[in-house]
Design a protein around this ligand. Structure first.
Ligand code: HEC
Ligand SMILES: [Cu+2]
Length: 316
């Protein structure tokens, strides 16, 4: 990073390219409109200057086609811009199959990140160049916001729910990560770095000093540690649903509603088990509210995911 003046921050992701195009197009359009208004004002000032002969009778004038045109054309143009921006925006939250999963847990005042192989980082995220990365984020205290100007991405990180963010870095380098939601005394210090590396170098980095367990393996151990296995594993004497193949499946609840088992559903099942009861089962699962932290919940979800995703046709 050099100190010379930049009108825009560096542009280092696919989203950055998309948003810059949108932003510049919008600016260009506004310039055209502003210029047209300025020309009209300047023209009128000259033409109707006090000392110039001009028709000042001001006859009423109606021109329906003109009025319809200047109403509908801008309307269509701005609706078009809305559709364009909305499309770009949805791309950030869309899950992609091949994306590299990274979990993010924010707290006052740091970022805790974990890769699927169990490698953890604090205030620093290493990612490979040119590969999609999928962040699943939550907060263990207040609302934070994950903001990387060079990637043109910003997403609130909210306690009690998962938000996602997807990006593909397009330039190797080191970029700044900020918290963009005022979150207390040291909010300004809640900063980090995103390190974008060539894929081979990233693979080496990812495998170096990695802990003994993948996130899924840690989740599996936690599944036993918290006693989940005693009810949910095959052979348990308790009547509880098997959880393999759960992720992505449609679950029918006791009150007749159906929900898709995603990360948020599992999190709720663990913390507020009495909210959504699976059809055909008794509400005997204990709540783990206050006993399990966000990173452990994410690890259990990763474990459930590793037990196979459902094929979309199975439901119950
Ligand atoms: C005392 C037995 C028991 C324990 C311990 C237990 N559960 Fe459950 N769990 C159940 C039962 C019974 C249900 C079905 C009724 C319901 O939805 O509450 C269930 C439902 C679930 C569901 C929804 C399943 C589906 O098919 O939609 C998930 C996910 C889940 N449990 C995860 C866990 C996790 C993770 C743990 C450990 C942190 C755990 N459970 C601990 C008994 C238990
Ligand atoms: Cu913050």
């Amino acid at each position: 990073m050099n100190s010379s003046f930049h009108l825009f921050p560096e542009s280092a992701s696919l989203a950055a390219g998309r948003y810059d195009t949108l932003m510049l197009s919008l600016t260009a359009l506004l310039c055209v409109v502003a210029l047209a208004v300025l020309v009209a004002i300047a023209g009128s000032v000259i033409r109707y200057h006090e000392h110039r002969p001009a028709d000042r009778s001001h006859p009423p004038l109606a021109n329906k086609p003109l009025e319809i045109a200047w109403t509908t054309i801008p309307l269509l143009v701005f609706l078009g811009i809305f559709a364009w921006a909305a499309h770009d925006y949805t791309l950030l939250a869309q899950e992609t199959a091949g994306a590299l999963p990274v979990t993010v847990v924010a707290r006052q005042w740091m970022w805790k990140l974990e890769h699927a192989n169990g490698k953890r980082e604090i205030n620093e995220l290493h990612v490979p160049l040119g590969q999609a990365v999928q962040l699943t984020m939550t907060s263990q205290d207040v609302i934070h916001s994950f903001y990387v100007p060079a990637f043109r991405i910003k997403q609130d990180v909210v306690p009690g729910r998962y938000t996602t963010l997807r990006f593909t870095a397009t330039h190797a380098g080191v970029y700044r990560l900020f918290c963009a939601e005022y979150c207390g005394t040291d909010h300004a210090a809640m900063q980090g770095r995103i390190v974008v590396m060539p894929p081979a170098e990233f693979a080496r980095w990812l495998d170096a000093d990695v802990g003994p367990e993948t996130t899924a393996a840690r989740g599996s151990a936690l599944f036993r540690h918290y006693g989940c296995a005693a009810c949910h594993d095959a052979g348990a004497t308790v009547q509880a649903p098997r959880l393999d193949g759960l992720m992505g499946r449609t679950v029918t609840l006791q009150d007749g509603r159906t929900v898709t088992a995603d990360a948020a559903y599992v999190r709720d099942a663990i913390l507020t088990p009495h909210k959504d009861i699976v059809a055909g089962y008794a509400p005997i699962m204990p709540t783990y509210q206050g006993q399990i932290d966000e990173q452990d919940i994410l690890a259990i979800i990763e474990y459930l995911r590793s037990m196979g995703a459902a094929d979309a046709s199975t439901s119950r």
